[in-house]
Ligand binder design. Structure first.
Ligand code: ADP
Ligand code: MG
Length: 166
């Protein structure tokens, strides 16, 4: 698929390590103000991908499941954007509630990664990178994951997501 189309880019990932590496590569494409929406069932690998993103962005603190908090801010160790990692599962009220979290950073200066944000955080921006992770019936090991990345909006129209397949 070509970048900027609705079809998105499909990548097969064979292990947790490869998922982390995909996050590392994706981090190179990200900049302040970007919103990445992660979808996929529990255990799909959303947090594992975010861990790679955090490494790629060079942020402080281990990226873990934000189970007991709605959002966690990981400041950059250099002068890059902080990573704001949100678990929208607990974000009942959606965006209003997120703006009420009193995060110490401005969202427009951050890279925001939201797990399970569908229907909740779209109003943040029309420019979104949607990442869907799923397991397929018939995969030979239970470590195979299929990742689909679709960029929405002007921000992603010119980005070449095919770079991620390399
Ligand atoms: P989620 O955040 O989507 O609930 P996690 O990233 O927290 O998922 O957990 C994914 C689990 O699946 C981890 O235990 C990880 O080791 C395992 N796993 C197996 N194969 C993969 C893979 N290809 N990519 C990511 N995680 C994988
Ligand atoms: Mg998770």
């Amino acid at each position: 698929a070509r970048a900027g189309t609705d079809a998105g880019v499909n990548i097969t990932v064979n292990s947790p390590d490869q998922m982390r590496e995909l996050g590392l590569r994706l981090a190179e494409l990200l900049r302040a103000g970007d919103l990445v929406m992660l979808n996929g069932e529990l255990g799909a690998g959303k947090t594992t991908l975010t861990r790679g993103l955090g490494e790629g962005l060079g942020v402080r603190g281990a990226v873990t499941s934000p189970t007991f908090v709605i959002a966690r801010v990981h400041p950059s160790l250099a002068d890059g954007p902080p990573l704001v990692h949100v678990d929208a599962y607990r974000l009942g009220g959606g965006l209003d509630e997120m703006e009420d979290l009193d995060l110490d950073v401005s969202l427009s200066d951050s890279v925001i990664v939201v797990e399970w944000g569908e229907g909740k955080v779209e109003e943040l921006t029309d420019d979104r990178l949607h990442v869907v992770i799923h397991r397929a019936v018939g995969d030979t090991t239970d470590e195979v994951r299929h990742v689909t990345l679709t960029g929405l909006g002007a921000r992603w129209a010119s980005a070449d997501l095919n770079l991620l397949t390399a």
